[in-house]
Write a protein that binds this ligand. Structure first.
Ligand code: DSN
Length: 439
């Protein structure tokens, strides 16, 4: 590599990743084979259209590649139709809406603070809330989706499409119930499984495919592939509308996108092959086991988790009862070597950039080979960091007495020392579990 500035940044990022515990639930570590495909010669190829009907020549191997990728997805997920061209999760969801809806049709999704995604109809700031009439459902006070309340809202609003899927809702989704509710108003049901798709493959999370019409998923989260996405139409979806696959193809290209990223498609094909190995089932199940232990340990230490825990890979700590903001916690934990993200909580009165919670998950930790006993260590480290942050919270004020100024400064120094100590222990664990290059 001759671009030394970029090489430097890559090497520094590699070191950062090696030396920290990555707990962002939507990130993971792709294998070297996935990376090789991503950096392959397919980067150079323009393949607008679909296999055997392209608008550029030279497609012999691109056609073979895309067909192979689709076949692998069909086999792994047992679905009759797959599109592997969406650039990522948001365009995949957009394509489904554009394929099945007209502008201003009503869509219904879980609100962002309750654990949904921007593309699930967040009003006014997203395409999904601007081009469509969006009505959002929420979790109840206990942090769980109240399906009776969803049904009531559906009967009142009569959406044309209901999207189910989450970014921080940690509990199992009842796809059958969603389907029963949707049937009452003849709505499509779309499951955005981006976060949990790897768990579904592993049999560690309910499978929506028998119940919903369409499944969208990104390929870089629990599936551990490149950044990309897949759209699948189920048997049920095709029965409802035999043209659904064609409509989705047309919505992706030329509706929303130009040439597909063939290198990404190559890398998705590799990831699908990796996910079909028995070891991936072990991996998916371990993600959930690890998340259970991590959440239970945090609860034991007195932290409040949304819905009290998790059935999946993700959890959100509501920090309101300890009086620090999500950004403060996330930054403090980063200083100690633990990488996660600030997150809103349901009915948050704080803004998203200074929210009341933090979100964490176990897919990356599990890819590194960490097990239950390590989750106990991590919970203890999180506790030490948050406690140190709480203790040092008092800020200096100009009218503080000298004595008080000294006391506050000491607390800040103590906090910095504690974060450093935790960081040393985190680094030691990271060294014992280097990021894997193959699975
Ligand atoms: N940004 C992703 C997440 O972190 O959940 C969703 O697209």
């Amino acid at each position: 590599m001759i671009d030394s500035k970029i090489l430097h940044l890559i090497l520094k990022e590699e070191k950062r990743q090696e030396e920290t515990l990555m707990m962002i639930p939507s990130e993971n570590y792709a294998s070297q084979s996935v990376m090789n495909a991503l950096g392959s010669i397919f980067t150079d190829k323009y393949s607008e259209g679909y296999a055997n009907k392209r608008y550029y020549q030279g497609q012999r191997f691109s056609d073979e590649l895309e067909t192979l990728c689709i076949d692998r997805a069909k086999k792994l997920f047992k679905v009759p139709f797959v599109n592997v061209q969406p650039y990522s999760g948001s365009p995949a969801n957009a394509a489904v809406y554009f394929a099945l809806l007209s502008p201003q049709d009503t869509i219904m999704g879980l609100s962002l603070p309750s654990g949904g995604h921007l593309t699930h109809g967040v009003p006014s700031i997203t395409f999904s809330g601007k081009f469509f009439h969006s009505v959002q459902y929420e979790v109840g006070k206990d942090g769980f989706i109240d399906y009776d309340a969803v049904e009531k809202l559906v009967l009142k609003e009569r959406p044309k499409l209901i999207i189910t899927g989450t970014t921080h809702y940690s509990r199992k989704l009842d796809f059958q119930r969603f389907a029963q509710i949707a049937e009452k108003v003849d709505a499509y049901v779309v499951a955005d499984m981006s976060h949990v798709i790897g768990l579904i493959v592993a049999g560690a999370y309910p499978n929506p495919i028998p119940y919903v019409d369409v499944v969208t998923t990104t390929t870089h989260k629990t599936l551990r592939g490149p950044r990309g996405a897949i759209i699948m139409v189920t048997e049920k979806g095709l029965k409802k509308d035999p043209e659904m696959g064609n409509k989705i193809n047309k919505a992706v290209f030329p509706g929303l996108q130009g040439g597909p990223h063939m290198n990404t498609i190559a890398a998705i094909a590799v990831a699908l092959q990796e996910a079909s190995k028995p070891s991936f089932t072990v991996y998916g199940k371990q993600i959930v086991k690890n998340a259970k232990v991590l959440s239970e340990e945090l609860v034991k230490k007195g932290y409040e988790l949304l819905s009290g825990g998790t059935d999946s890979h993700v959890m959100v700590v509501d920090l309101r009862n300890i009086g620090i903001l999500g950004n403060t916690a996330a930054e403090g934990l980063e200083a100690a070597g633990m990488i996660l993200n600030r997150n809103t909580v349901p009915f948050d009165t704080n803004p998203p950039y200074f929210p009341s919670g933090i979100r964490l998950g176990t897919p990356g930790l599990t890819s590194r080979g960490l097990k239950e006993k390590h989750m106990k260590m991590i919970a203890a480290w999180i506790d030490r960091v948050l406690k140190a942050l709480i203790l040092s919270k008092k800020q200096l004020k100009t009218n503080d007495t000298l004595e008080r100024k000294k006391e506050i400064r000491k607390k800040i120094v103590d906090m910095a020392k504690e974060l450093k100590l935790v960081n040393k222990e985190v680094k030691f664990l990271c060294k014992q579990f280097p990021i894997k290059k193959e699975y």
